[in-house]
Structure formats: structure tokens, C-alpha cells
Design a protein around this ligand. Structure first.
Ligand code: NDP
Length: 333
């Protein structure tokens, strides 16, 4: 058995030396507990924030303790009356090949509904983030222009498609031509800008958004959002979901101050954390599942094979290695 520890708080971009793979013994479940085998492990951008000790909405990871996050696992031994051997469950669990957990901390998954990995992606946390952030804060109206950054990622690709379902014109911003082609040709985005090759992002946005911007779903921050803010229409809405371009910055530059643009456009900017919507998750997951079944909502998973590659998979989020949801496949059921 093995687990991954955080051994130093990263400065800038995390390095392999900030983590350590530790061999551990096989734990034994007590009453009310199960022994779990990790099948799929989710790596997510927010985990970078937890590696630092700055105050945030979730406690920092502790040094010399295992990292943790969303995991789909199989029950391989049960001392619980709720779960039996062979059950597939999801929970916030340690980055370990095997671990014990209280049954109350786990949710059983029905593998007949959709591939079990989707519980970490389109039907799980990232899908719900797109759903509630866009619909509750973005409030897209037919005919409006919606811009989404980080457009080819787990959250962004869902945001753009849900915005299309709601009858808007969707403009994505992403970092490779492969992603641009996928978003336009497979997902039906109206325009997609490659922010790495477009030259001037503001000019590219002006061309792609001749009627201005009504909703900006913000995933990346930095220069991209500086450019978007100059183009907001009256009463624009901005769900502030993430700012990945800043997560590894020791001294983020300030960029143009955005308040003036918010004032001039009477826009509403609202940050949110998906857990704000926890009591509505079942409803959101049902709607997302329906769209997936109807073929209106497509998804990709970028699956790295092997627990040994977990850190590579995590770091790939910051270089744009992933199209769709980044997962690590640790074992077969
Ligand atoms: P993604 O699947 O979108 O992966 C991250 C992507 O970000 C990369 O593929 C890369 O794509 C892009 N990226 C990386 N660095 C930069 C950069 N410097 N500038 C522009 N783009 C960059 O991850 P998620 O979908 O899981 O998360 C997307 C955002 O949503 C993140 O900011 C995350 O923190 C946030 N989030 C917020 C939640 C909340 O509750 N508020 C919940 C879940 C996610 P590319 O090739 O295009 O550069």
C-alpha cells in the first residue's frame, strides 16, 4: 500500500520534491468502516490553494499528511451494515491506494447509470460548478453572448454547452488548436480564441464578440479577464469561479483595475464555491445526467494511468495538458 504526502509548501509552481510517496501497511476496518481500493482519483486546480497555508474557504493540507480529494473507490472489505464488498463509492478521501473510511463519509454510486469516473467530472463537482455558477449567477438569456475562459477544461467545457442549451452565443478561450477545434467542431461553440497564439487577446475578443459580452464565466483571471472586463455590456453578470493563471504566482501583478468597468456596465461580479449549492446537488446532477443522455452535453476525460503519475497529472492542469476532466486511474474494479 502507498500514499502521497505533502512534505513542503510549494513556492510558485509545485515540484516533485514537494511531495513524497510513502509505503504504508494495509489498514483494517473497524465497526462501521470499510476498506477501500482507489479506482479513480481526481486532481483539481483548487488543490494548489490548499497546498499553501493562506486563509481560504477550505483548510490547508497539513504537512507530512496525505493529500486528499475526490476519489471513486471499491469496497474490498466491509464492517458496515450500509455497504458491502464490491460496492462502488465516492468520497473525499486520502491519496492512497488503499484506506479505511467510515461508511457515513461515503456515497454509494450506481455504476449502471453512467461510467463511474463521471462522478468526478461531468456528473460530479466540476459539472455542478458549471451548472450552478452559470445558471444561478450568470443567468444566460437567449441571444446573449457568453464568454468562458478555461473553456476546454472540466468546468469550462460544460459551461459552454449549458450556455448553448440556454440559447446563447458562446465564445470560448483556450490554449491549444486541438482544444479550439474540439470546442468548435464537437461541442458547437460559436467562436473559440487560442489565447496563446491570437496575438492581442482584446482584438480577438472584439472580433469574436461584435455585440459585447453579457456573461463572463471566469476560470483563469490575469490578462484574459482584464481584456474581457473592458467589453462588458450593461448589466453583465460574471460568475467568478476560479483564477488558475494566478495560483502559482508568488507576486501576482495587479493588472488593470476592474472596478471601473463593473461600474460603467452596472455589471454584477459574484464569486462562488460549488459547495454553496450543496443542498441542490441532487437536482443539478439529475439535470446534467438528462442532458448527457440526450446527447446535448458531451464530456471528455483525460485519464492518466497509474498512482505513480498522480503528481504529473496534477501539474498538467497548469500547463494545459488536459482536454476535459483530468483523472488518474489507479486500479480496475
Ligand atoms: P480544467 O480542467 O479547466 O484544467 C485547468 C485548465 O486551465 C488547463 O487545462 C489550462 O487549459 C487552463 N490554464 C492553466 N493555466 C492557465 C493560465 N495561466 N492561463 C489560462 N488558462 C490556464 O480545471 P477545472 O475545470 O477543474 O477548473 C477550472 C477553474 O474552475 C479553475 O480555476 C478552478 O479553480 C475553478 N473551480 C472552481 C470551483 C468553485 O467551486 N468555485 C470548483 C471547481 C473548479 P489551456 O490549455 O486552455 O490553458
Amino acid at each position: 500500500n502507498q500514499q502521497i504526502l505533502l512534505v513542503s509548501r510549494p513556492k510558485g509552481t509545485p515540484k516533485m520534491e514537494d511531495f513524497s510517496f510513502e509505503n504504508i501497511s494495509m489498514p483494517e476496518p473497524k465497526n462501521g468502516q470499510v476498506l477501500l481500493k482507489t479506482l479513480y482519483l481526481s486532481v483539481d486546480p483548487y488543490m494548489r490553494g490548499r497546498m499553501s497555508d493562506a486563509k481560504s474557504y477550505v483548510a490547508p493540507f497539513e504537512l507530512h499528511k496525505p493529500l486528499n480529494g475526490g476519489i471513486v473507490a471499491e469496497v474490498v472489505e466491509s464492517r458496515s451494515s450500509e455497504l458491502e464488498e464490491g460496492d462502488i463509492v465516492i468520497g473525499n478521501l486520502d491519496w492512497a491506494r488503499y484506506q479505511v473510511a467510515d461508511d457515513a463519509a461515503l456515497r454509494k454510486i450506481d455504476p449502471s447509470v453512467a461510467p463511474i469516473s463521471t462522478n468526478l467530472g461531468i456528473l460530479g463537482m466540476p459539472g455542478l460548478t458549471a451548472y450552478f455558477g452559470l445558471l444561478d449567477i450568470g443567468k444566460p438569456q437567449p441571444g446573449e453572448t457568453v464568454v468562458v475562459s478555461g473553456a476546454a477544461g472540466a468546468v469550462g467545457s460544460a459551461v459552454g454547452q449549458i450556455a448553448k442549451i440556454k440559447g446563447t452565443r458562446v465564445v470560448g478561450i483556450a490554449g491549444t488548436d486541438e482544444k479550439v477545434n474540439y470546442l468548435k467542431n464537437e461541442l458547437g461553440f460559436d467562436e473559440v480564441i487560442n489565447y496563446k497564439t491570437c496575438g492581442n487577446i482584446k482584438e480577438a475578443l472584439e472580433k469574436a464578440c461584435p455585440d459585447g459580452i453579457d456573461v463572463y464565466f471566469e476560470n483563469v483571471g490575469g490578462e484574459i479577464s482584464d481584456a474581457v472586463f473592458t467589453m462588458l455590456n450593461k448589466y453583465a453578470r460574471i460568475p467568478l469561479c476560479g483564477q488558475i493563471s494566478l495560483y502559482n504566482e508568488e507576486n501576482p501583478d495587479k493588472g488593470p483595475r476592474i472596478q471601473g468597468y463593473i461600474l460603467k456596465s452596472s455589471a454584477i461580479l459574484q464569486g462562488f464555491i460549488v459547495s454553496n449549492y450543496a443542498e441542490h446537488f441532487a437536482e443539478g446532477a439529475q439535470e446534467l445526467g438528462k442532458w448527457v443522455q440526450e446527447g446535448k452535453l458531451k464530456y471528455e476525460e483525460n485519464i492518466v494511468e497509474g498512482f505513480d503519475h498522480t503528481i504529473d497529472a496534477f501539474l498538467g492542469l497548469f500547463t494545459g495538458a488536459n482536454l476535459g476532466k483530468q483523472l488518474v486511474k489507479v486500479a480496475d474494479p
